[in-house]
Design a protein around this ligand. Sequence first.
Ligand code: SAH
Length: 255
Amino acid sequence: MEETPAAARSGIVYLVGSGPGNLELLTLRAARLIGEADAIVYDHLVADGVLDLARSDAEQIYVGKESSNHSLPQNELNLLLVRLARAGKQVVRLKGGDPFIFGRGGEEIETLVDSGIRFEVVPGVTAAAGCAAYAGIPLTHREHAQSVAFATGHLKDGTVNLDWPSLARPRQTVVFYMGVGGLAEICRQLIAHGLPANHPAAVVHSGTTVRQRVVTADLATLAARVEIAGITAPALIIVGTVVRLQAKLAWFHPT
Ligand code: SAH
């Protein structure tokens, strides 16, 4: 079919959160849209089995690992979505977890807005919620934490640039995404800004999946424990006295 202005108007991009890795945690809306899509643009954090829900004739485009050199640069990815929608396609842009939490979802839809492309955002279970639930670590608890903060632990030039005084407050849980490479630095900074060295902390690897592993320790010892355990990304760091509850509340034991 010739590309016409009418066809251009009929294209749409769904920015879909695919949850933390367990297929069952996909929303009904995500599953329905994946099953209907003409084109699916996805990266490495998409749960096993999600793409099996796609139509067999759907175009599946892998756009790579965020931290690797092989990934499509963000501006090219934004333009790819525009091009597919302009061709009249129903496009699903799949993101791990929730698209608006460390997912660059805002950047991707800004280009769509600027290009006049219709879009919808479908929230997903973010890694913090999924990992906390499956590790048995409530993020808030009346006796432990009245607030929870999500932070990126991504290392830049060997340091993590964050508002440490606010993250080191008592009676708060802090969840670091993308922090496993900077774990030792994160723990050091939290202690330097006032948290006790024996403050509880955990790392959850591949939470909600059969590969889930949980390491609990304290700020002084977590980095060494995680290294010995050979834990790699994707992993989430949870800091707070709520981590103490894990010993009693853990319920998910993948074999
Ligand atoms: N938008 C996503 C986060 C993308 S950033 C969300 O809302 O969850 C990628 C980081 O998320 C990873 O480096 C890791 O810290 C975390 N992450 C995603 N899935 C995870 C999982 N199953 N287990 C542990 N951490 C996970």
